[in-house]
Design a protein around this ligand. Structure first.
Ligand code: ADA
Length: 569
């Protein structure tokens, strides 16, 4: 499943095999689990290039093939007929096949994880570009009309909770269809309550007529007498159920037939920037969290749900309240876990450390818009997401760079006006684009890459922000930390020892949390991760060793020290 709860009770899903036929050039491998990174097979641990997958399923009629994540480029065909391609390892994409005959169908993918100009955001980096079908694949049976997307936007008006729900439906037949959409909302906590809490005010049903092939958005606005707000401390979730009925013009209500459904989990939270504070439901947020790459031991980025669950428990036990999905949209099952545990999420589009030259690739803007659109459209309802991020440490100081940031932030604003936007910056002293964003976010490594103290770095960064469009805005330390090789302990407390990492993080965090001006700190990083060998010079084991746990989640000295500090904030 692509989520940790069942999104459909009406819409049928077709079970796919968990091991597919597989081939890779020059290798004798013939089978591969899905989802899985190809590097999990020792024969492919350094493989870059094309691999081929094939499987079969039986079905008929209208079929939706949904891929939650394929790294990084996929070419998909069904029964030998090309359906299309997709670039981007971290966003869901789908194909709708209509009027299939009842038989066994052959689903084939060619997947490529090699670097090249046609993959503008993937290049040798301080994390690893894994290969394969790395997230779940879902096949669903659709009728002639289906629910394509549901966006739920909670908001406060004169102290009363309201919501706007936008339901996007699509008629994949050529015939005109009369449909009815019905919404209901009930607390997840008592979802056994069959008398689902009907929407209190306003209408919860609407009828429309769709022409053949038409897509239409139907908007509902509702008031609520009382709801439980969503927060870190009290992550109250609600099931939002959308039902789609069809009938003919003279049909009585009772004769309309429910043919599709879409269940999601939502929460009532309201984000606001007030002066230099970030507010959630009117309360000032002090962020204390971790940057987390999707990279776990020998599983690479295809982290099993049980391992995601373990990561989240370690985050919760540390007293943290936030995870930043550095530097790409995450597996939605991890976001589901964050939702139900109140771990606030900074989710960002895929990009890390792109130079002006890389950003001048003619494909870049469209490819970056795709990762941002997939992230914001697909993850819109997650109440844990409190800020959208983009372009981590990319070129924000030249005319071309600033133009990219300007275009992409404007694009993000068209998709969500309910959450603040930020980007993590590091080019101190150069021009910056803080005028574009709601929160200034600074990456810094005091005592690690330079001898500056945290206080000195904060003073320099604050001045830099105020001179470049960030005056009076919240300032969040989006990355701070130091490296340590797991198990390396030494009386000298030399660099790369666990002792040194613990000392530096202690000074860094204590300095930040004692200053009211800052909205908190997100440690770089939660766990060690694999990096490209081009980064070997200061990456022992060809890993980014700044985790407070290693890639197998074995705790370093810093974990308990960070936990002590986070619990004291
Ligand atoms: C940057 C970057 C991270 C990581 C970090 C480091 O802040 O955003 O991805 O590379 O530096 O470890 O130096």
């Amino acid at each position: 499943m692509a989520r940790i709860f069942n999104q459909h009770k009406i819409r049928e899903c077709i079970q796919l095999p968990e091991v597919w036929n597989f081939s890779a050039k020059g290798k004798k491998i013939s089978r591969m689990p899905v989802p899985c990174c190809i590097e999990t097979n020792p024969e492919l641990i350094n493989y870059k290039g094309e691999v081929k997958y094939e499987t079969e399923f039986t079905g008929s009629g209208n079929i939706r093939l949904a891929f939650s994540g394929v790294s990084h480029t996929a070419f998909v065909s069904l029964n030998g007929e090309a359906l299309g391609s997709h670039y981007g390892a971290y966003g869901e994409f789908d194909f709708i096949c209509t009027n299939l005959e009842e038989k066994s169908h052959k689903l084939s993918l060619t997947v490529n994880n090699a670097f090249g100009k046609e993959a503008s955001i993937n290049f040798p980096n301080d994390y690893y570009t894994y290969g394969g079908i790395t997230r779940p694949v879902v096949i669903q049976k659709l009728k002639d009309v289906y629910i394509k997307q549901v966006h739920f936007t909670p908001f406060l008006e004169n102290g009363t909770w309201k919501s706007k729900t936008e339901v996007l439906v699509e008629n994949i037949s050529e015939q005109e269809q009369e449909i009815k959409i019905a919404l209901s909302l009930c607390e997840v906590a008592d979802s056994t309550n069959v008398d689902q809490m009907a929407i209190k005010q306003g209408d919860s049903e609407k009828k429309i007529v769709l022409q053949g092939g038409e897509k239409r958005e139907i908007c509902f606005v509702h008031d609520y007498e009382q709801v439980k707000e969503y927060s870190h401390e009290h992550p109250a979730l609600y099931y939002l159920t959308t039902l789609l009925f069809v009938g003919s013009g003279n049909d009585e209500e009772k004769n309309m037939v429910c043919i599709d459904d879409y269940i999601d989990r939502v929460g009532f939270k309201h984000m606001e920037i007030k002066g230099s504070d970030i507010l959630m439901n009117g309360e000032k947020l002090i962020i204390k969290g971790f940057n987390r790459h999707e990279d776990y031991g020998d599983f690479g980025c295809a982290i099993p749900l049980s391992a995601m669950y373990r990561d989240l428990q370690l985050v919760i036990n540390s007293g943290a309240n936030c995870v930043r999905t550095s530097h790409y949209p995450n597996d939605e099952r991890f976001l589901d876990l964050c939702d139900e545990n109140g771990i606030l999420v900074w989710e960002e589009g895929h990009a890390r450390g792109m130079s002006e030259e890389l950003m001048s690739n003619p494909l870049f803007i469209d490819q970056e818009k795709l990762t941002l659109r997939e992230m914001m459209e697909q993850h819109y309802n997650h109440p844990s997401i409190f800020v959208w991020g983009l372009l981590n440490e990319c070129c924000d100081f030249t005319e071309l760079g600033k133009d990219c940031y300007t275009k992409l932030v404007a694009y993000m604003r068209t998709m969500d006006q309910s959450r603040p936007i930020s980007y993590a910056a590091c080019h101190y002293g150069k021009a910056a684009s803080f005028d574009l964003v709601d929160i200034v976010s600074l990456n810094m490594y005091p005592g690690w890459y330079t001898d500056s103290s945290t206080a000195e770095f904060l003073e320099e960064g604050t001045k830099w922000a105020e001179e470049n469009g960030g005056l009076g805005k919240p300032i969040l330390i989006s990355e701070i930390g130091a490296g340590a090789v797991y198990g390396y302990r030494d009386a000298r407390h030399a660099k790369w020892t666990e002792e040194r990492q613990e000392e530096l993080l202690t000074e860094q965090l204590q300095t930040i949390f004692e200053k009211e001006r800052y909205s908190g700190a997100i440690i770089w990083q939660f766990a060690d991760c694999r990096v490209d060998e081009e980064w070997f010079a200061n990456r022992p084991k060809s890993e980014n060793n700044k985790g407070i746990v290693d890639k197998y989640r074995r705790e370093k000295l810093a974990y308990s020290k960070v936990s002590e500090i986070f619990h004291s904030v």
